[in-house]
Write a protein that binds this ligand. Structure first.
Ligand SMILES: [Zn+2]
Length: 136
């Protein structure tokens, strides 16, 4: 029997797969780039969720009880886009991380501005973050 620990060691550095597997229960390897786990979207006693990693790093989820992928990812607090590696993501506006980054820039900038220390490039960057966040 392959344990979860062994699965993780066998990972080839796929962020998507790592994220998904770390959120699931009773993860077991079931072949090359294939895992089984308990489905988080329904009351699953025997692992009925099949996880497959494609060669481009996309994670495919299939619940044999019929849960949709959307249900499965939201049950573990992820989103559909978490199943796709970064480079292949459709560009539909900034990612959550990008927004978080802008927010950090904004907050630091604001603190510096309050201290009268914000100028030049920093001020420009601050204004850009403000614009991106839609802060007036
Ligand atoms: Zn299910």
């Amino acid at each position: 029997m392959t344990t979860f620990q062994q699965c993780r060691q066998a990972l080839t550095g796929s962020a998507c797969l790592d994220k998904v597997l770390s959120c699931l229960d009773k993860v077991k390897s079931s072949g090359t780039n294939k895992w089984k786990a308990c489905c988080p979207a329904h009351d699953d006693k025997n692992p009925s969720l099949a996880i497959t990693e494609t060669s481009d790093g996309t994670v495919l989820l299939k619940c044999w009880a019929g849960c949709t992928t959307q249900h499965i990812v939201s049950a573990i607090g992820l989103e559909l886009r978490d199943l796709f590696p970064g480079a292949k993501q459709p560009r539909r506006g900034p990612s959550k991380q990008a927004i978080q980054h802008e927010r950090t820039v904004y907050l630091i900038g604001k603190a510096m501005l309050d201290n009268g220390k914000l100028s030049g490039d920093d001020l420009q960057r601050f204004n850009l973050a403000k614009q991106r966040l839609g802060v007036k």
